[in-house]
Design a protein around this ligand. Structure first.
Ligand SMILES: C[S@@+](CC[C@H](N)C(=O)[O-])C[C@H]1O[C@@H](n2cnc3c(N)ncnc32)[C@H](O)[C@@H]1O
Length: 422
C-alpha cells in the first residue's frame, strides 16, 4: 500500500523517513529493512541521513509514457515518492532542470499542475506533447497525410548514420514541420510526431532510423560514427521512418489510462514551459509552487549539448548557442556558486510549507559528495534541511554485505537533499 503524508496535513517528514520500513515479497521470503539514520555534521549544520530502499522495490510499474530517452534522467519513481508524500492534487510541482520532463509528467499523471524549465529548448519539444497525447488513430491519420519525398538530402553529411532513402524521409519530416509552423498550423499531433521522431533519430537497434550506434540519448559525432561503421563492418540500411514513429507511439501509449490522459491534459492546459537559466525564472510567480523535484547538471560530467546535437539539428536548434548557456562547472566551487543562486530563486517561487527535493546522484563513484555541498546552499537560500535521503536499490543485499557506508561505488543510488520552506 502506498502511504501518504503531507506537510499540509502537519506530518513530520523526518519521522516518516526514519520509521519507513521497506518490504518486498520475493518467491520464497520477504526482504525487509528499516531505515538507517545517521547524524552528520556539515560545517555548522547537523543533518540526518536516511538510507533505505524508499521507492525502487515497492514501486508500481511506471507509466509507459515516460519512455523518452535522455541523458542523466531519473526514474519516475523518484519524483512520485516526493510528489505523493508532500503534495495534494492541483498543487503546482516544478522542475527547474526539466530534461525529458520526468518530474512534471509524473506530476501530471498524479493530477498535479506543473511548471517546467530547461535552458535547452529541446526539453519542451520532448515534454509538452505528452500532456496532449493523441490517439493511435490520430497518429496513423497524420502520418498518412505527410508526404515522404524521394531524393531529399540534408544540409550536413549524415550518410554515416542513414541510408539515403531514410535520410530523404527525415528531411521530408523537417520540411513538413517547417511548413506547418510557418503557416501557424503545427498542432498537438504534429508536436507528438516531432517528439517521437526526435527520439528515434539514432540508437542501437532497428527500432531507430540510424545504423547501429550509441544508445539514443548520446549522439556521436560524424567522425566517430564512421569509425563505428568500419569497426563493425556495417553500413546504414533503409528504415521506414513512418512505421518506426507509429510503433514507438504505440509503445509510449500502451498503458496510459483514460484518467491519466485527462490528468495530463488538465496539467498541460495550465502548464508553464520556460526556457531560461534556472537562476532567473522571473515568469514564475512568487510563492506559487508547492514542491520542486529536480536533478541539476553534475559538474561537467554529462555533455548535454554534444549528446543532443543531432536532435537539435533536427529541430533547427543551434546546439553551439545552447552549450554556452548550459551550466558546465569544472570545480565544486564553481558549481556551488551557480546552485546557491538557484536556491535563492527556488525559495522565492516556493509556497510556505512547500518543499524542494534536490537529487545529485553519485558523482565520480561517490568521491565527490555533492549532497553534502548542497545542504548549506539550500539553508543559505532560506530553507530548512530535512535531511539527506539515500535510496539504495537492493538495500538489504548491499547493506548486509558491505555496510551502508561502503556503498559509494554502488549503482542506482540516488542522493537527495530534502528541504522545506517554513
Ligand atoms: C540531470 S538533467 C535533468 C534530467 C531530468 N531530471 C529528467 O529526468 O529528464 C539536467 C538538465 O539541466 C539542464 N541545464 C543545464 N544548465 C542549466 C541551467 N543553468 N538552467 C536550466 N537548465 C539547465 C540541461 O539541459 C539538462 O536537461
Amino acid at each position: 500500500m502506498e502511504r501518504h503524508l503531507s506537510t499540509a496535513k502537519g506530518g513530520n517528514i523526518g519521522a516518516y523517513l526514519a520509521n519507513f520500513t521497506f518490504a518486498e515479497k520475493a518467491d520464497l521470503f520477504t526482504r525487509s529493512a528499516k531505515t538507517v539514520v545517521e547524524r552528520l555534521s556539515i560545517g555548522n549544520y547537523n543533518v540526518s541521513r536516511f538510507t533505505n530502499e524508499f521507492w525502487t522495490a515497492m514501486q508500481r510499474q511506471a507509466s509507459s509514457i515516460h519512455e523518452v530517452s535522455y541523458r542523466a534522467c531519473f526514474k519516475p519513481q523518484l519524483p512520485r515518492f516526493f510528489i505523493k508524500l508532500l503534495s495534494e492534487e492541483n498543487d503546482f510541482i516544478y522542475d527547474p532542470f526539466g530534461g525529458r520532463g520526468t518530474t512534471v509528467i509524473e506530476a501530471g499523471l498524479l493530477g498535479r499542475r506543473v511548471v517546467v524549465n530547461d535552458v535547452n529548448p529541446l526539453s519542451r519539444i520532448l515534454i509538452e506533447p505528452r500532456f496532449f497525447a493523441p490517439t493511435v488513430k490520430e497518429i496513423v491519420d497524420r502520418l498518412s497525410q505527410i508526404v515522404f519525398y524521394d531524393g531529399l538530402n540534408s544540409d550536413i553529411d549524415l550518410s554515416m548514420f542513414y541510408h539515403s532513402k531514410t535520410e530523404s524521409e527525415i528531411m521530408s519530416l523537417r520540411k513538413y514541420f517547417a511548413e506547418r509552423s510557418a503557416g501557424g498550423k503545427e498542432d498537438n499531433i504534429d508536436r507528438w510526431v516531432r517528439m517521437v521522431a526526435t527520439n528515434r533519430l539514432t540508437g542501437h537497434s532497428p527500432g531507430f532510423f540510424s545504423v547501429y550506434t550509441l544508445p539514443p540519448n548520446q549522439a556521436v559525432t560524424q567522425e566517430s560514427q564512421i569509425k563505428i561503421n568500419a569497426k563493425r563492418g556495417q553500413k546504414p540500411e533503409y528504415r521506414d521512418v513512418s512505421r518506426i514513429i507509429l510503433s514507438k507511439s504505440e509503445s509510449l501509449l500502451k498503458n496510459v489510462t483514460e484518467e491519466q490522459r485527462r490528468n495530463l491534459r488538465k496539467a498541460g492546459e495550465s502548464a508553464q514551459f520556460l526556457n531560461c537559466d534556472a537562476r532567473y525564472t522571473t515568469d514564475i510567480p512568487s510563492g506559487s509552487v508547492r514542491g520542486t523535484v529536480t536533478s541539476p547538471p553534475f559538474l561537467n560530467i554529462v555533455q548535454y549539448s554534444k549528446d543532443n546535437w543531432l536532435r537539435c539539428w533536427f529541430n533547427s536548434i543551434d546546439d553551439k548557442e545552447v552549450s554556452k548557456k548550459i551550466t558546465m562547472s569544472k570545480t565544486v566551487e564553481e558549481w556551488s556558486a551557480v546552485m546557491e543562486d538557484v536556491f535563492v530563486e527556488l525559495f522565492r517561487v516556493t509556497k510556505t510549507g512547500g518543499f524542494v527535493a534536490f537529487e545529485v546522484g553519485e558523482v565520480k563513484k561517490g568521491s565527490v559528495r555533492l549532497d553534502e555541498h548542497v545542504v548549506p546552499l539550500g539553508v543559505k537560500g532560506g530553507f530548512e534541511c530535512v535531511g539527506i535521503i539515500v535510496n539504495l536499490q537492493e538495500f538489504t543485499k548491499t547493506s548486509n554485505i558491505w555496510g551502508v557506508d561502503n556503498n559509494d561505488g554502488g549503482t542506482n543510488t540516488n542522493r537527495i537533499v530534502l528541504f522545506v520552506k517554513r
